[in-house]
Design a binder for this molecule. Structure first.
Ligand SMILES: NC(=O)c1ccc[n+]([C@@H]2O[C@H](COP(=O)([O-])OP(=O)(O)OC[C@H]3O[C@@H](n4cnc5c(N)ncnc54)[C@H](OP(=O)(O)O)[C@@H]3O)[C@@H](O)[C@H]2O)c1
Length: 370
């Protein structure tokens, strides 16, 4: 396995980040408790979308007064930044958000207040949450449903908590539950250095001991993918990817394809699939949904598998909960190791969006809010 270090945060970035963290904590001290007439109320800072397509604005908001039955108020420490946050803010994610809107669904923090019907959490619990109903995680506090929260161990740093369940959960669901991955498999992962792709590489190589071929955009990214445990990592080049895949599989092809890119990348990856292989459709980073004739699936008896963790929440809640538990356990046992390439303060939220949009990230990008 090749070893190399990826420089993901430049010294310029660290300097500006430190300044911003200082300003940010000063502002926070000033803003948490302020007098409003005779009443003292808690305020919090949040990154707010006021107009579709415009930058987010960081401002102080009043806490929602009373929690409903199974709602939990979280002191947010970190929040994952995802492409869906960007697409929503650009008005390109199907339904339009109700404005003003606070993005961020992959929340990690501490329980600050419990609704009257909350059963499974206590004040001060360290938690991860997926807030796909309300988003609102790009803020110092947010309110979530108890059913979307998981307790995390003391050993888990908040930055890794915000980098875990959406990507690793989706990859685990696709690879283990749906594709039944084993150490006999050769798994081809596209966008292998991205949030979802790198999680799939980590799980397939290090948990399931499969032979992994990662495909990604640059040599630096390929190096990271090899470091993560991939047997081979290649830059996009259809002929090379096909040749390499055939080489390691004695011309059989990859038994599992894990794709979160779509478009032409998906079409090329499909050519590398083995007889009775499985193709996991996990996302569309290219924003192109490929149109593939189903007749292409016949000669190789290929299974096409879609996977969406969010939809398991309603369709099979037991599995949704179990996946979260399993990912936390795998982390606790040090079998997986999420990679965070950049951490931005709340005030730098628009820079975080730009960083992700320009494909500069590897693994996860997070907002470090406290
Ligand atoms: N099914 C689910 O439940 C689920 C869960 C999480 C995410 N997703 C979806 O999966 C996709 C990937 O998510 P992610 O978190 O891995 O995103 P990410 O961290 O931004 O990584 C995406 C990677 O895709 C590659 N890519 C290839 N063509 C691209 C293009 N035209 N534009 C942008 N990126 C391109 C880039 O890597 P290279 O530069 O190396 O090509 C990029 O780093 C997204 O569509 C996301 O919404 C689905």
């Amino acid at each position: 396995m090749a070893t190399c270090t990826i420089k993901t945060i430049s010294s310029f970035f660290i300097t500006s980040l430190n300044k911003s963290v200082l300003n940010h904590s000063l502002l926070r001290k000033q803003s948490l408790f302020r007098k409003n007439g005779s009443q003292t109320f808690a305020g919090y800072r949040a990154a707010v979308l006021k107009e579709i397509g415009k930058p987010l604005v960081v401002e102080e908001l009043k806490s929602e007064k009373k929690l409903k039955d199974s709602e939990v108020r979280i002191d947010v420490h970190t929040c994952g930044v995802n492409s869906s946050d960007i697409l929503i803010c650009q008005g390109q994610y199907g339904t339009q958000p109700k404005l003003p809107f606070i993005p961020g669904f992959e929340v990690c923090g501490e329980v600050k207040e419990l609704g009257p019907g909350v059963k499974n959490f206590r004040l001060g619990d360290r938690v991860i949450g997926l807030n796909k109903d309300k988003y609102s995680g790009f803020a110092e506090e947010c309110v979530m449903m108890e059913r979307d929260l998981w307790v995390i161990p003391q050993s888990m740093k908040f930055q890794f908590g915000a980098s875990l369940i959406d990507t690793y959960g989706t990859a685990l669901l696709g690879l283990q539950r749906r594709a039944k991955v084993s150490k006999e498999d050769v798994v081809l992962v596209t966008a292998a250095a991205g949030g979802l792709g790198l999680a799939a590489v980590d799980l397939a190589a290090n948990v399931f001991q499969a032979k992994v071929i990662g495909v990604c955009g640059t040599e630096d990214k390929a190096c990271l993918v090899r470091d993560k445990g991939a047997w081979a990592a290649l830059k996009y080049d259809p002929e090379h990817v096909y040749k390499k895949t055939m080489e390691v599989t004695n011309s059989k092809g990859a038994s599992i394809i894990f794709d979160a890119v779509g478009g032409d990348v998906f079409k090329e990856a499909l050519k590398c699939v083995a007889h009775e292989g499985k193709v996991i459709v996990a996302g569309f980073a290219s924003r192109q949904i490929p149109n593939v004739p189903t007749s292409l699936l016949l000669p190789q008896s290929v299974s096409l598998i879609g996977v969406s963790l969010t939809h398991y929440r309603e369709a099979n809640n037991e599995v949704y909960r179990q996946i979260g538990d399993n990912v936390i356990e795998l982390y606790d046992e040090r079998l997986i190791s999420p990679h965070v390439s950049a951490s931005f303060s709340l005030d730098q939220v628009n820079e975080a969006f730009e960083f992700l949009s320009l494909r500069k990230s590897t693994g996860k990008v997070i907002l470090s809010i406290r």
